[in-house]
Design a protein around this ligand. Structure first.
Ligand SMILES: [Zn+2]
Length: 385
């Protein structure tokens, strides 16, 4: 048994001072405050000083990092991506696709399914795990496609969805779809029936069409404000629904580039600490120097931390720990609420039960933070340095 001692702990719904966290066989066996629990003689006590213990982060929208692209990297390369993510506090992610030729998308989905199902017992590496696949496309609006190549966008049909589902062997955990395109509602309903977290985005929907998508089963929104019909005070469109429906969770890229800090603040006020989710939308260039990188089939130029393809924003080089710190600066949120938007909230949004919180019985996925939110250590399934 290992006992971690830290100045604070975020569950993240509650905050404990002078915390003790008991680890056994890769799981959290108990949490308490110093003084209220005895430390068994056989236990190893690790004093983390003024550190904060928090649930490790989950990134629901992640295309790559450390030079690796999730659609292109081989099975042997991808664990290196997981190791890099862990250095930024991430324990789990959804490998996120972009619109590409259907055959190559299906090949990528098969590789990712292998990785998700891959044996992990005895794997001592401290690496974030792919927990599912996020299909960002191909069912997107031509008008709001961002950098997704127009020739690879597909009209939603149940047979195409079924083909993607089969290639991924059911590991499609999330799907971004524009609700206003013909027959999208049918596919939304079927995906929701299969417990996919259906997320409206890359969309030019007017308010009624967005609401129809939610009624059909969508329950989340993808990179709010980006690749969305803009908010108009007399014609609120999809953003009117995303920002006001309290049953809808929504995510945002809080890098200060995709959305101005003041608008990140507006988003956080609208969604609140219950429903706001942080994502990175990171691409292979994350953690790498400026240069030319691939995002699926798309070539991306990275300069001064800004990723573009033909002048359009193309993902980010944001890391989850920076997104958390940005939220404390942009919106004055407490570190605990910011951590919640990167852990418990994505777990709830995506139906990842048992993830995103520190509690007895949970898998030991823990980030050790400095008081200012810098990552000091990440523990994944009980393994930490
Ligand atoms: Zn993306």
């Amino acid at each position: 048994m290992i006992v971690l001692s830290a100045s604070r702990l975020y569950t993240p719904l509650e905050e404990l001072q002078n915390a003790l966290l008991f680890l056994e066989d890769g799981r959290i066996s108990a949490i308490s405050s110093r003084g209220s629990a005895a430390i068994p003689n056989h236990a190893r006590l690790v004093d983390l000083g003024d550190s904060i213990l928090a649930p490790a982060f989950l990134d629901l929208h992640m295309h790559g990092g450390a030079g690796l692209d999730v659609m292109r990297a081989s099975r042997d390369e991808l664990p290196r991506l997981g190791q890099w993510l862990a250095t930024h506090g991430v324990a789990g992610y959804f490998a996120t696709t972009v619109a590409a030729p259907l055959d190559s998308t299906c090949a990528a989905l098969e590789r990712l399914a292998n990785l998700i199902e891959g044996k992990t017992a005895g794997d001592e590496a401290i690496a974030a795990r792919p927990l599912g696949i996020h299909l960002e496309g191909p069912f997107l609006s031509h008008k709001r496609r961002g950098v997704h190549p127009p020739q690879y966008l597909v009209e939603p049909t149940l047979p195409v969805f079924e083909r993607l589902w089969q290639a991924a062997r059911g590991h499609v955990s999330m799907m971004t779809i524009a609700p206003e395109i013909p027959r999208a509602l049918e596919v939304i309903a079927e995906a929701a029936r299969r417990k996919v977290c259906v997320s409206i985005g890359h969309s030019d929907a007017v308010l009624a069409a967005a609401r129809a998508g939610v009624k059909a089963g969508a329950r989340h929104a993808t990179h709010t404000f980006n690749a969305m019909r803009p908010l108009d005070h007399r014609d609120p469109g999809i953003l009117g629904e995303v920002l006001t429906n309290t049953r809808l969770t929504a995510d945002i890229i809080a890098d200060g580039i995709h959305v101005a800090p003041e608008v990140v603040r507006l988003f956080l006020q609208a969604k609140g600490s219950d429903n706001a989710v942080l994502i990175t939308d990171a691409i292979s260039a994350a953690g790498m120097p400026d240069g030319t990188y691939q995002l699926g089939p798309i070539q991306v130029e990275v300069k001064d931390g800004k990723c573009t393809a033909n002048g359009t924003l193309a993902g980010s080089v944001l890391t989850m720990d920076r997104a958390v710190r940005n939220v404390t600066q942009f919106a004055g949120w407490s570190l605990r609420d910011a951590v919640r938007a990167a852990s418990l909230n994505p777990a709830r949004a995506a139906g990842l039960g048992g993830h995103g919180r520190l509690e007895a019985g949970a898998q030991a996925n823990i980030v050790v933070l400095s008081p200012s939110g810098q990552v000091r250590q990440t523990i994944v399934r009980g393994h930490g340095s």
